[in-house]
Design a protein around this ligand. Structure first.
Ligand SMILES: *[C@@H]1O[C@H](CO)[C@@H](O)[C@H](O)[C@H]1NC(C)=O
Ligand SMILES: *[C@@H]1O[C@H](CO)[C@@H](O)[C@H](O)[C@H]1NC(C)=O
Ligand SMILES: *[C@@H]1O[C@H](CO)[C@@H](O)[C@H](O)[C@H]1NC(C)=O
Ligand SMILES: *[C@@H]1O[C@H](CO)[C@@H](O)[C@H](O)[C@H]1NC(C)=O
Ligand SMILES: *[C@@H]1O[C@H](CO)[C@@H](O)[C@H](O)[C@H]1NC(C)=O
Ligand SMILES: *[C@@H]1O[C@H](CO)[C@@H](O)[C@H](O)[C@H]1NC(C)=O
Length: 586
């Protein structure tokens, strides 16, 4: 461990910011800027740009750049159902909002197998002053969506998320259930923003020719690529005064739930949902005294580590400098990514008819992480019992280190690195697939450098996460390579009554997926900068800009490229191309 003075460095930074921007009990880190602070600072900037389309009195639309989603050609629909409409006022630490769910009337007639595409739409707005908050949506305890809210401007803000939820088709059609939405909001004299939200389900169905073809095609590979037959929650049950996620508090805390798998399962995939909060909200910036910058969520089956999630560092709407994320929000912030762990090699153990404990821990955690999961199961239609066995399993301890050097106790360089390998192979015997061996392999590498300079006033953080996950099996082989580069600069120049606070962020979500049916590549990169000028301890001006390039291409010809730049609240440049004119296909 490095010099014990590292914590003092961070404390100084925090105090400095806390003096300039008051914090509340709702912001344990003391580093959060509120909407009020930000609008005070942003006002001079908007006034200068009087031709700006986005006057502070008009309602703003904030958005996350992602590719548009479409139903397959020839689909019928949509059949749209409003699932819930609610105003989230003082909801923090209160029971979540629930609504009875019945499969939409258009669904039973067609049946789950005829759903070609399902979209969950979250549309919300907020007026007044409010922090960004985290919310989650669950159906029967299965998480469908998690996001952070947009912080409002005086004229109000609106945003929406369209998430492809086709893979939850069996759950959507399974029968009556409970829809749960938690959005922990606080209202007081200063923070009066209420979040009004609507949740709508849009269903599309196969055209008759496609439905007939699907019914005729009972091939094992088609079955393996279809949505799961059953999805079980690994989350908390109602009643709770919070979301249904488990709250992981520290590095030794293991949160778990028992799960019983039907006797005829032949494939199992655990979809893990994670988000970081409180003292770990910006875990990638943490000093050695704050357990360093490395975090991983481990998945335990009856106490054994069977998979690990090295999360993408989602920066919420209040992160680093909230202006940066207006109007283009951080990657994953409105629609957080989830992570799949293949449990098929362990089916031999799970198929014994007994309940098994599925647990989650967060290495190096500080208070607190929200973690839960959905277990996707494929069931053998032709037999009531499948069998399986584990062939090999190897999950050596995490390798890693934190090294730091500081000459004066303020400035210095801290390096953290970690790596982990997990592999498991197992067989399953089913009538659908016969005898199939499946291997699951993870190769994970992490590196973080934090250079502190100018007597603790400047920090340069470079982080890379490189995660390779491979499933090798006859019908559902998949190779996923994710790489998450992150660069953050925070600095303060000037002295006394004149200060300039600079923030720079470069972040990327880069992913290649190679499956039996298609290969796809996504490169989603953001580069942003914000500057706040302070005179005599008052915000005298603010400026910020964002440049994002989103580029997706798949072997089935699908393609989407978008190149967008915003300065202040204005989108200056927004080009997208869904045909790609051959340019994106090299
Ligand atoms: C929610 O739906 C209702 C009814 O259609 C509509 O009046 C309201 O404006 C919607 N709210 C949002 C935030 O979209
Ligand atoms: C499901 O809920 C609907 C609407 O409340 C109700 O009419 C129906 O009887 C319920 N079905 C079952 C099987 O409980
Ligand atoms: C870690 O968190 C758990 C669950 O809240 C708690 O019981 C335990 O005392 C904590 N351990 C430490 C060392 O703080
Ligand atoms: C993980 O596996 C790779 C490839 O086999 C190996 O080079 C690396 O040293 C392993 N790392 C750890 C931490 O075991
Ligand atoms: C950190 O990242 C920036 C931007 O990519 C790069 O210019 C710089 O050289 C990196 N610094 C280190 C120490 O790796
Ligand atoms: C995005 O657009 C800008 C402005 O035309 C251009 O300079 C830049 O090269 C484009 N970037 C990409 C990756 O297409």
């Amino acid at each position: 461990m490095p010099a014990s003075s590292a914590p003092r460095t961070l404390l100084l930074c925090s105090c400095f910011l806390t003096l300039l921007f008051h914090s509340t009990a709702a912001s344990p880190r003391g580093l959060r800027f509120s909407a009020e602070d930000i609008d005070a600072a942003a006002l001079p900037a908007s006034n200068r740009a009087s031709t700006s389309r986005s006057s502070s009195k008009a309602k703003s639309t904030f958005f996350e750049v992602s590719r548009p989603i479409h139903p397959p050609r020839g689909s019928r629909g949509p059949c749209s159902t409003l699932l819930l409409s609610h105003s989230f006022a003082s909801t923090f630490n209160k029971p979540p909002i629930t609504a009875a769910y019945s499969p939409p009337a258009c669904l039973p007639a067609a049946g789950a197998g005829d759903v070609s595409f399902a979209v969950l739409e979250w549309t919300a707005e907020c007026h007044g002053v409010q922090y960004g908050r985290t919310y989650g949506v669950w159906l029967g305890g299965v998480e469908l969506l998690r996001g952070s809210t947009a912080e409002p401007r005086p004229g109000g803000v609106t945003w929406s998320v369209h998430k492809d939820v086709t893979k939850y088709s069996s759950l959507l059609s399974a029968g009556n259930s409970t829809l749960t939405v938690y959005l922990g909001n606080l209202i007081d004299d200063n923070y009066n923003g209420v979040y009004d939200a609507n949740l709508t389900l849009h269903l599309y169905f196969r055209g008759s020719a496609a439905a007939a073809a699907a019914a005729a095609d009972r091939s094992p590979s088609t079955a393996a690529q279809a949505p799961a037959d059953l999805i079980l929650p690994v989350s908390r049950s109602l009643p709770v005064d919070d979301g249904l996620w488990f709250v992981v508090q520290n590095t030794t805390d293991i949160e778990s739930a028992p799960v019983a798998v039907p006797a005829n399962a032949y494939r199992a995939v655990l979809e893990v949902c994670v988000s970081s909060h409180g003292f770990d909200e910006a875990w990638y910036m943490n000093t050695p005294a704050e357990n360093g910058p490395f975090r991983e969520v481990t998945v335990l089956l009856d106490g054994d580590v069977v998979g690990a999630v090295w999360p993408f560092p989602v920066i919420y709407t209040d992160g680093i400098n909230p202006l940066i994320w207006r109007p283009i929000t951080g990657i994953g912030s409105f629609n957080m990514p989830t992570y799949d762990i293949e449990l098929t090699p362990f089916l031999g153990k799970l198929l014994d008819g007994k309940a098994h404990e599925v647990g989650f821990a967060v290495t190096n955690a500080q208070r607190f992480w929200y973690v839960n999961a959905n277990l996707h199961l494929w069931l053998d239609p032709k037999s009531s019992v499948t069998t399986g066995g584990l062939v090999s399993y190897d999950a050596p301890k995490l390798a890693g280190s934190i090294v730091g050097h500081s000459k004066d106790g303020f400035d210095g360089e801290y390096r953290a690195s970690a790596s982990r390998n997990i592999s498991a192979t197992g067989w399953v015997m089913s009538s659908t697939h016969g005898y199939v061996t499946t291997s699951f392999t993870q190769r994970l590498v992490f590196a973080n450098t934090n250079v502190v300079s100018h007597k603790g006033d400047a920090q340069d953080i470079n982080q890379t996460i490189d995660a390779r996950t491979e499933v090798a099996g006859a019908y559902y082989a998949q190779r996923v390579h994710q790489s998450f580069p992150l660069y953050i600069f925070q600095g303060a120049d000037g002295s006394g009554s004149n200060q300039r606070l600079t923030r720079r962020v470069e972040i990327g979500f880069v992913e290649t997926r190679e499956g039996p049916a298609k290969t796809s590549t996504l490169r989603n990169m953001q580069k942003a900068e914000a500057e706040l000028v302070m005179r005599a301890d008052k915000e005298a001006g603010a400026s910020w800009r964002m440049h994002q390039v989103y580029s997706y291409g798949a072997s089935n010809g699908a393609c989407y490229v978008r190149n967008v730049t915003s300065v202040g609240y204005d989108v200056l440049f927004d080009h997208y191309d869904a045909s790609c004119g051959g340019a994106s296909r090299r």
